[in-house]
Write a protein that binds this ligand. Structure first.
Ligand code: SF4
Length: 703
């Protein structure tokens, strides 16, 4: 039993966006921390998945960075913090003097807290650039764009809790909560299904979500196994079916005429887009029978309350914004918004990817999604900060990386790993060497940190305090247990020190603790304005929370949308095929996704013995017909090639994937999917097309 000084500490799981509460037992020594369940945790009610249970394993890992490192003659040497700070400040000043402030890029991190990301984006803007971004660019930038412009806020419209209580249909499109959001799936969605809700899953790959709802075994649920990159035609078949049925039988309520009339704009545009649309040809292109799509349309449209869940299978396309817009179209024409149990709900990946965007670590928005090019909004933030912010949006993280060695000469990376997380990663590794100066602030020597000039050893999730915001907008406090390595520093302390050295004691970076930073954040972020650390307590608060005493909102847009007109924006969209489609040289479509036991570039999960044991290496799923054609045995090593690189992995022969497509993961450095993926971007949201690339397989590789 813990002594009085060693009481368990209540904090939040550092992995996914569900935001489960956990406890950490401090143990006798700082490195002895152990996981404990938190029975009354607001989100997960004491349940936990394999990642959350293993989270303490990385805190005292032998690979931890424990001292600052400076690269000299190509080798790292230990340095003092003073040396590291002096070098960083002098190089950042030199770069600004020689090339101007836009020659620096700043990467925030969805694994770090709101206060830390807030301060990093403020540092970038005080330096004079909006070139600051975070990994939302790689996962849900298109979702955020579409939701923000068509409804008002780039976030889940509803909550796990109200969906469990009220949703009759769960339309899960390009998302895999059974694997990526296990506790949301088991505590909330499965409960709703046990009580009668129907699941319609749209995904090119059968996965744990398919199996967790036993979709094959009941007529109630459906899995529409689409060809990768055909989500727009599939949804257009759904929408066209609903419009046709409504015309045939207006009294059956296939669309919600009153809702369309009173609360939306653009319906005529949608109808015009679908004039002459050929449902049969579209269904064939999707690889799903027309009857099945029509049946799914009926299930969605006839439900009292139907909720859409949207994942990276939708967002990570060059047409990602249009993909999500079409989900919004479907929800708006059927009146499935602004009520419990409805909505368009992105399932966010990392434990603070929502918050990192909320606090403004993006090149086009300030805290609270206030546009940098909106003069009034920018001025209101400048008044609090006491300095001018550049009025032009900056570069996104992939754009920054495309400019390495060109307009961008220096890079500040806080807790990100772009050399592995960005598409076409072999090329990123080449380009990053063109930079003149790189700072990497992290807990481990990542694939990116190896290229740095200075490495700053940060502390882990269990060693520091602050707030994180989960997938349903709940801002929750993380609490420090104990520091493990004396010479490491918290991210906030590091950014605060660099800001103070660059801009002086009155430069706006001199903060005592995370709470003091949060107090400033409240002043510039309207949806967080009513929150205080005290009010957050153990339950947290779901934004928007405009005034102290507000309890936050479970669902958004009850009376109006937060658009300029107050109306929800409908806009018809047409099919854009993936930038690469199969051809003679690369006849297969490669698509990618994550595993339950691993976490993005694996910096933490690959160092967790429990997690790594489950999946120590990458693999590729291949349909039995393709395996037969290529002469591939289950378990055989194969090489997958794309126009950008190759990886050698084990083949898993399975009907989980359709004939003509293959599926692999990005978690394993030497054989990461991102050595193959295409870095073509969505024009507006600048998210890369991770989900579709042309590929070929070579067999006969020795293990
Ligand atoms: Fe952590 Fe997500 Fe698992 Fe919850 S579901 S324990 S937040 S990884």
């Amino acid at each position: 039993m813990a002594s009085e000084e060693q009481q368990p500490v209540k904090t939040i799981c550092p992995y996914c966006g569900v935001g489960c509460g956990i406890q950490v037992n401090p143990g006798e020594e700082p490195g002895d921390m152990r996981f404990m369940p938190w029975g009354e945790a607001p989100v997960n009610e004491g349940k936990i998945c394999i990642k959350g249970g293993a989270a303490t394993q990385v805190v005292n890992h032998e690979d931890r960075l424990t001292d600052p490192l400076i690269k000299e003659d190509g080798e790292f040497r230990e340095a003092t913090w003073e040396e590291a700070y002096e070098l960083i400040v002098s190089e950042m000043e030199r770069i600004r003097e020689e090339y101007g402030p836009d020659a620096m890029g700043f990467y925030g991190s969805s694994k770090t807290m709101n206060e830390e990301n807030y301060l990093l984006q403020k540092l970038a803007r005080r330096y004079g650039t909006n070139n600051v971004d975070n990994c939302t660019r790689m996962c849900h930038a298109s979702t955020v764009w579409a939701l923000r412009t068509s409804l008002g806020a780039g976030a889940m419209t509803n909550s796990m809790a109200d969906l469990r209580e009220e949703a009759d249909v769960f339309w899960i499109h390009g998302a895999n909560p059974g694997e990526q959001h296990p506790i949301a799936n088991s505590v909330y969605f499965r409960q709703a299904v046990l009580e009668g809700a129907t699941v319609i899953q749209v995904d090119p790959h059968a996965n744990k979500t398919t199996r967790s709802f036993k979709i094959d075994e009941t007529d109630r649920h459906m899995h529409l196994q689409v060809e990768p990159g055909t989500d727009i035609p599939l949804l257009n078949v759904v929408i066209k079916t609903i419009l046709e049925k409504h015309e045939e039988n207006p009294e059956e309520g296939w669309i919600d005429e009153a809702f369309i009339e009173e609360r939306t704009e653009g319906f005529d545009h949608l109808k015009e887009t679908l004039d002459g649309f050929d449902k049969e040809a579209a269904a064939e292109e999707c690889g799903v029978s027309l009857e099945d799509i029509e049946l799914a349309a009926e299930k969605y449209a006839s439900a009292d309350s139907a909720a859409i869940f949207t994942g990276m299978g939708m967002s990570q396309h060059a047409c990602g914004v249009d993909n999500v817009q079409n989900e919004i179209n479907l929800a708006l024409i059927t009146g499935n918004l602004g009520r419990p149990g409805t909505g368009v709900n992105p399932l966010r990946g990392q434990n603070n990817v929502q918050g990192t965007c909320d606090v403004g670590a993006m090149p086009n928005v300030l805290p609270g999604y206030q546009l940098v090019d909106d003069d009034e909004a920018r001025k209101s933030v400048e008044e609090v900060w006491g300095f001018d912010v550049p009025a032009e949006p900056g570069l996104t993280n992939v754009e920054i990386s495309h400019e390495f060695g060109e307009s961008v000469k220096g890079l500040y990376v806080m807790g990100e790993n772009p050399v592995m997380s960005e598409p076409d990663s072999n090329d990123v590794a080449e380009r990053i060497q063109e930079l003149e100066f790189i700072v990497a602030q992290d807990i481990f020597m990542t694939e990116t940190a190896k290229y740095a000039d200075v490495i700053l050893p940060a502390t882990t999730w269990a060693e520091r305090g602050g707030t994180v915001t989960n997938t349903d907008r709940r801002v929750q406090r993380m609490r420090p247990v104990a520091k493990v390595h004396e010479n490491t520093k918290h991210d906030l302390e590091i950014v605060s020190e660099i800001g103070t050295r660059l801009f002086g004691e009155d430069g706006g970076f001199d903060f005592e603790d995370p709470e003091e930073v949060f107090e400033e954040l409240r002043l510039v972020c309207p949806s967080y304005h009513g929150m205080t650390y005290e009010a957050l307590g153990e339950e947290g608060i779901q934004w928007p929370c405009y005034e102290e005493g507000d309890e936050g909102d479970q669902y958004l847009y009850e009376e109006h949308f937060d658009t300029e007109s107050g109306l929800g924006h409908i806009e018809g969209v047409s099919h854009t095929p993936p930038a690469e489609t199969p051809d003679e040289e690369y006849p297969l479509i490669l698509t990618t996704a994550r595993l339950e036991e691993h976490y993005n570039t694996g910096t933490m999960s690959r160092r967790s013995p429990t997690l790594n044991r489950q999946h120590p290496e990458n693999f590729v799923d291949i349909h039995p017909n393709d395996a037969e054609r290529y002469g591939i045995e289950d378990g055989e090593q194969v090489t997958i090639r794309s126009r950008r690189g190759e990886i050698t992995v084990e083949a898993q022969v399975t009907e989980d994937i359709k004939e003509g497509s293959i599926w692999t993961t990005p978690h394993f450095a030497a054989a990461s999917a991102n050595r193959l993926t295409n870095d073509v971007l969505d024009e507006r949201a600048k998210i890369p097309e991770y989900k579709a690339a042309a590929a070929e397989i070579e067999v006969g590789i020795e293990p």
